[in-house]
Design a protein around this ligand. Structure first.
Ligand code: V55
Ligand code: FE
Length: 488
């Protein structure tokens, strides 16, 4: 992944599981930080069976930073997937290319290929680490012990489940979906609604016009929004022993708008262009009368350099330049397309945008982005890492004024996705902290930084130091202590 020797050291598997009581803290931890910060990470324990495999296929590991009364405890565990257990016995990789079972060792082809490496989510008191090709994996939210794959007490009929379910902050419901829902390359989509107790309350099954990677979704108080992409697959690809996905620059974006509580006959498809067909993560969405508004970073080029183009050529990651866009769908109009506005065009490399999740489904004022900014201090020895998906900046974008507030953790420091934590349950939007893990490539150490969310330029208020480096985070998740109580 990284080209610098120091970077390669950093991306080597962690191999140990850790527990650190009372982490060393530089600065002062705000007393408002009371809760659990989970991270789902990708850590390839054994060299891949095939050199062209993607980091998305690395083993899942989950980390937990527990904040209480000015202290932090840390814990890290590999997820005991079927893959982990089988490869642990063999002391080598047995599972083949990303989402292509036919490339796995015959001894494991029938086992679950779940890596549980993408998003940690807590709903109805249960902690999951999610992977979009598989079912959620349940973990003990305190010990991180693996409890196994979870089919919601037998209610879930799909073979897969998104890694990006959405929690409605106003109702406590969880909304989710599955694509390739009945197996590899199937055109079946399913939208799932779960009540605040985690019981499946509605499911809507329908077909997609293009079988494609659908990594994220969005919700409003009335709708679920599902965008397709130009990352496509086919049975022929899989039979040829290739990676699951390839980018087809000719494939256009399609968006399904599904009424919450609705049925398959209520689903509306809207059709866009190829330069709208690389949407990895959403920011937010809301409904306004007959209009549904979605905001997300979008590009027309491949975000995933590990996946080739359908013609076999290599994708050029430099071409991937997303802009933050607003898409407006008019449910009352006759057309089947949408209106697009560009909100912000200065993003480099990343697609990670987050916000104050208490305002999800309502128009937000602030968004927080993980990005690469060559204008911030960067040591020449580490500059090449910016080109390989290492991000050195958090931005706060003010949607009212268009202004940007920036945070840099240091000149040899890579940032993970920022997590917003409100100062109090009823604080104003954005009044709180950004927390997240920083990798210090020079010192081969990781730390967690706490920054005032309304003053990123003011720098870190506190740095939680670990005596080792961590694995690469995919996504993180914050759960307040009153929502998930724990004993310190
Ligand atoms: C992504 C990440 C994945 C995956 C599919 O775009 C898409 C991000 C960490 O795994 O399997
Ligand atoms: Fe994601």
């Amino acid at each position: 992944m990284a080209t610098s020797p120091r970077g390669s050291d950093f991306f080597a598997p962690m191999r140990f599981e850790a527990e650190v009581l009372d982490c060393e803290v530089e600065g002062r931890l705000p007393s408002a930080l009371q809760g659990s910060f989970y991270r789902s990470c990708a850590d390839r324990r054994f060299p891949a069976l095939y050199p062209q495999d993607t980091p998305y296929n690395a083993d899942g590991a989950v980390d937990l930073f527990r904040f209480y009364d000015g202290h932090v405890d840390f814990r890290s565990r590999y997820v005991r997937t079927q893959r982990f257990l089988a490869e642990r016995k063999a002391h080598r990789a047995l599972f083949g290319l990303y989402r292509n079972r036919s490339t796995s060792d015959p001894s494991v082809r029938d086992l679950s290929h779940n890596t549980a490496n993408t998003t940690p989510i807590v709903h109805a008191g249960l902690l999951f680490s999610m992977k979009e090709e598989s079912l959620p994996t349940r973990l003990d939210p305190h010990t991180l012990e693996t409890l196994g794959e979870w089919d919601f007490d037998g209610a879930l009929r799909s073979r897969s489940f998104t890694a990006h379910p959405k929690l409605d902050p106003f109702t406590g419901e969880m909304l989710a979906f599955a694509y390739e829902a009945t197996g590899d390359c199937s055109d079946d989509l399913a939208v799932f609604e779960f009540d605040p107790q985690g019981q499946l309350s509605n499911e809507i099954w329908f077909k997609t016009p293009v079988v494609s990677m659908m990594h994220d979704m969005a919700i409003t108080d009335r709708h679920v929004i599902l965008p397709t992409t130009a990352m496509v697959t086919s049975r022929e690809r899989l039979a040829r022993g290739e990676l699951h996905w390839a980018h087809d620059p000719g494939v256009a974006a399609h968006v399904a708008i599904v009424p919450r509580g609705g049925r398959a006959s209520d689903v509306r498809w809207f059709h866009g262009r190829p330069d709208q067909a690389m949407l990895i993560h959403t920011l937010n969405a809301w409904s306004e009368g007959d209009k549904v508004i979605l905001e997300a970073p979008v590009a027309g080029e491949n975000f995933h350099p590990y996946f080739p183009r359908t013609d076999g050529s290599r994708s050029d990651p430099a071409l991937y330049v997303p802009t933050l866009r607003r898409w407006t769908f008019d449910l009352a109009a006759d057309g089947d397309t949408w209106n697009e506005e560009i909100l912000f065009g200065g993003m480099k490399v990343t697609t990670f945008t987050r916000m104050d999740d208490r305002f999800l489904t309502r128009p937000q004022r602030y968004s927080f982005m993980l990005t690469s900014d060559p204008g911030l201090p960067i040591n020449r020895d580490f500059a090449d890492m910016l080109a390989v998906r290492v991000s050195n900046a958090w931005y706060r974008f003010d949607h009212h004024t268009g202004s940007i507030d920036k945070f840099s953790a240091g000149d040899a420091h890579g940032l993970s996705e920022p997590q917003f934590v409100p100062r109090s349950p009823d604080a104003a939007e954005g009044d709180g902290y950004l927390i997240g893990v920083v990798n210090d490539f020079r010192g081969l150490r990781s730390e967690l930084v706490v920054v005032s969310a309304m003053d990123l330029a003011g720098g870190a208020l506190a740095r939680v130091k670990l005596p080792f480096r961590l694995h690469m985070q995919v996504h993180g998740w914050w759960v307040p202590r009153d929502v998930l109580p724990f004993e310190a």
